[in-house]
Design a protein around this ligand. Structure first.
Ligand code: BV8
Ligand code: ZN
Length: 260
């Protein structure tokens, strides 16, 4: 593992030669857009809970309004922010590689839509989407208007989740909670993309949450080069060939530029 604070000629030639790039992103790629990462502390109604406590079916069963409101407030925060240069760099690299007959696939652990809003196509949302809602009982998807919260001050009072139009049970967020299986299709598509890649880039993830965090290890089967982009060391840094120690908003544009 080589730790670098900038894109050097070695990484540049790896990136230029790559035709099938697989990217796995985590909360860190959205940090510079102003989206708190999953490890950051909660505020307001939720300040006495950790994200891991709230992102569970048990928490929702115990206090549906508290958990539902947390997601609606996070949605409103996401509506206030923009993709950052890290998201845009991946979108541009993906576009250029496709024009050259190659491919850059993005699998994300994030439940936000910032990759898409930057113009990228996302292969898989491994932990679902915060903008998808479905019935907790019959799984009927439900379209909802945007939340009224201003995305800044957490609401004083939680709101009850709406009822399903089909069966009357309560709606739930369309995310994968701890203890829930990841969407099989998303997991398989990501596994295939990493197995077929000639370069794997892991950006903005602590590598703590399984089984998503282990997906990059599939690259080891074929000796595919692994690059990590993260200002900090992570649970998976040790298997990386290169660790670019810096914010993705700076590092990814440099990586994408070196692909030109
Ligand atoms: C499952 C949706 C089983 C909800 C999320 C003990 C050991 C191992 C595993 C387990 C265990 N006990 C339980 C488990 C399993 C558990 C797990 O992994 N727990 C962990 C905490 C130990 N996993 C599960 O429960 C999964 N399901 O295992 O099912 C099963 C089997 C059979 C049948 C039924 C069930 C489900 C996990 C999915 C949970 N849902 N999100 C929501 O969003 O509310 S996970 C959540 O954490 C987010 O999606 C986030 O993506 C994810 C991981 O976090 P990261 O993305 O890595 O973000 P994090 O904050 O951790 O780190 C940010 C990183 O960014 C840092 O490294 C930081 O340095 C970096 N950074 C900061 N700024 C920048 C930056 N990087 C670049 N640029 C910057 N500017
Ligand atoms: Zn229903």
């Amino acid at each position: 593992m080589r730790i670098l604070d900038e894109v050097n000629h070695e990484i540049g030639s790896l990136v230029r030669a790559a035709r099938r790039v697989a990217v796995l992103s985590g909360a860190g790629i959205s940090a510079e857009s102003g989206v708190p990462t999953f490890r950051e502390v909660q505020t307001g109604l939720w300040e006495r809970f950790s994200a891991e406590d709230l992102a569970t079916g048990e928490a929702f069963a115990h206090d549906p309004a508290l958990v539902w409101t947390w997601y609606r407030w996070r949605q409103s925060l996401l509506l206030q922010v923009e993709p950052n240069p890290g998201h845009s760099a991946l979108a541009g690299w993906q576009r250029r590689l496709r024009e050259a007959g190659g491919e850059l696939s993005i699998a994300t652990q994030n439940v936000d839509d910032l990759h898409e809003r930057a113009g990228a196509e996302v292969l898989a949302h491994l932990h679902g989407s915060i903008f998808a809602h479905r019935c907790a009982e019959c799984s009927e998807p439900a379209e909802l208007a945007a939340p009224e919260y201003d995305g800044l001050e957490p609401p004083e009072q939680p709101e009850q989740p709406p009822a399903c139009a089909c069966c009357g049970s309560s709606l739930r967020p369309g995310v994968v909670w701890f203890g829930e299986m990841l969407p099989l299709k998303a997991f398989e598509l990501t596994s295939d993309a990493i197995r077929q890649a000639d370069l794997v880039v892991v950006v903005g993830t602590s590598g703590l949450v399984q089984p998503a965090a282990s997906l990059p290890l599939l690259a080891l089967e074929r000796g595919t080069p692994l690059i990590e982009v993260n200002p900090e060391e992570t649970e998976i840094s040790e298997v990386m060939d290169y660790c670019l120690r810096g914010p993705s908003g700076t590092m990814l544009p440099a990586v994408a530029e070196s692909a030109r």
